[in-house]
Design a protein around this ligand. Structure first.
Ligand SMILES: *Cc1c(COP(=O)(O)O)cnc(C)c1O
Length: 431
């Protein structure tokens, strides 16, 4: 499979190049040249396949022979090394829990899969030492750090703003050791991001070390997210019902992967993009007018995105035909107040505790089901509520049980390199 640049269809690269480069020239996204169809027998026998077998069949056409089957199976096995349960919340509302991975948020799957692919290419093609350099405002850093932990030939350097990530997030970043180094930056997230950008264009650095990013728009982070929908389908299928998925969306990578799975033949009737007050897509579907704006801060902060970078991939999936897209995708937006109220009500009525992102997904689904009561709906629970402990405990007025994994992480010792300006970063990278 080749990938083309969404800015220039004649610019085509291999899967390997798309993974290593991350972005096409002009900061454009890569997109698969074909949308493979899976045979109907695959869906008929889905029930008898393991999650690894399902994932292998789904992703194999996108990789072709660039990764041999045994290595791809091993990467998948390491990626999906935890559960993805569908849990019933109320009568026709289910949730797909995506928070059982090491950092308790769904980004673990993409980060691990990308780490596996990059590690494979580094080894197979003797690329030498590669340094993954990322700036994080919280969740991405933890998932990337964990995904790349112990991968041969790759060092990971993560910049995070001092005092501006939660305690859990900080411990997830700073306690791993091995090939992971956390740089505690005296500044905010934008400062971290600026330093990373500067390093990428600094020739003194690029002469000495090979830098790459683990950006969320990398095809190796985007594509494996389709596994969620296949795995949910396996658990929901056989009931001969129309299935809809509501996806709490920020950069729109996750929902776009679901829509890709549908194009490959997965029988999903409808998608709902659930937004917080960052509602550019909700407004687009209502008005056909796409107008990005500055992001606003909310309690579902991983979705505080004013100009979602993956949305252009959704447009490409539908060949930029608005009428086709709007038949398969609805979008609703909710305030923090509505989100808090949903967490509270659902906990009271069902004992199920949602995190703020999942709660936005729940609200989107509820809205859609009002007009489509015959549909079985599933919202994606993208993070464990413990990651948003303060907000959730305050709303439900109860303590949440802390998972063992988090207790262990919290007990470990933080190790960082302090960085106050670009010169410090450069010195670190060149040493
Ligand atoms: C990243 C993230 C999202 C948004 O996912 P996108 O693929 O960017 O739309 C939603 N919830 C949580 C908890 C996240 O970390």
């Amino acid at each position: 499979m080749k990938y083309y640049s969404l800015n220039d269809k004649s610019h085509r690269v291999s899967f390997e190049e798309a993974v290593i480069k991350g972005l096409a020239p002009g900061k454009a996204l890569y997109f698969p040249e074909e949308l493979p169809k899976l045979p109907s027998e695959f869906f008929d026998k889905l029930n008898n396949l393991s999650k690894e077998e399902i994932a292998f069949e789904a992703i194999k056409p996108f990789i072709g022979t660039e990764i041999d089957d045994d290595s791809l199976k091993k990467i998948i096995q390491e990626t999906l090394d935890f559960d993805f349960p569908v849990v019933n919340v109320t009568k026709n509302i289910n949730t797909l829990e995506l928070f059982h991975g090491p950092t308790l948020a769904f980004k673990d799957v993409g980060a691990r899969f990308m780490a596996g692919c990059l590690g494979y290419f580094v080894k197979k093609n003797n690329l030498g030492k590669i340094t993954v350099l990322v700036a994080t405002s919280g969740d991405t850093g933890g998932a990337v750090a964990n995904g790349f932990l112990g991968v041969d030939g790759i060092d990971v350097v993560i910049l995070y703003p001092k005092g501006k990530v939660s305690e859990i997030q900080e411990k997830q970043l700073t306690t791993l050791g091995q090939n992971i180094t956390a740089l505690e930056v005296d500044g905010n997230f934008d400062d971290c991001q600026d330093m990373v950008k500067k390093a990428f264009s600094d020739t003194e650095i690029s002469e000495k070390c090979q830098l790459t990013s683990a950006n969320s728009i990398n095809v190796a982070r985007w594509l494996p997210q389709m596994f969620y929908y296949f795995l949910a389908y396996k658990q929901l299928a056989g009931k001969d019902q129309k299935l809809a998925f509501s996806v709490p969306s920020g950069n729109f990578g996750n929902i776009c992967a679901g829509m890709l799975a549908k194009k490959m033949g997965l029988p999903i009737s409808h998608f709902i993009a659930a937004n917080n007050e960052n509602d550019v897509v909700t407004r687009y579907l209502n008005s056909e007018y796409y107008e990005p704006k500055e992001s606003v801060q909310t309690i579902s902060n991983a979705m505080d995105v004013g100009n979602p970078s993956n949305f252009v991939r959704i447009l490409e999936l539908f060949e930029h035909e608005f009428s086709n897209l709007s038949q398969e995708l609805s979008s609703f937006s909710f305030s923090d107040e509505e989100t808090r109220q949903a967490i509270k009500t659902v906990e009271k009525e069902t004992n199920y505790v949602m995190d703020p992102h999942g709660a936005v997904g729940y609200l989107g689904l509820q809205e859609y089901l009002k007009k489509n009561p015959d549909v079985v709906g599933t919202f994606l629970e993208t993070a464990h509520p413990v990651k948003f402990l303060e907000t959730v405990e305050e709303v439900i007025e109860k303590k949440i049980k802390i998972p063992q994994k988090i207790k262990e992480t919290m007990a470990r010792k933080k190790e960082v390199v302090e960085v106050s300006n670009y010169k410090d970063l450069k010195t670190f990278l060149l040493k």
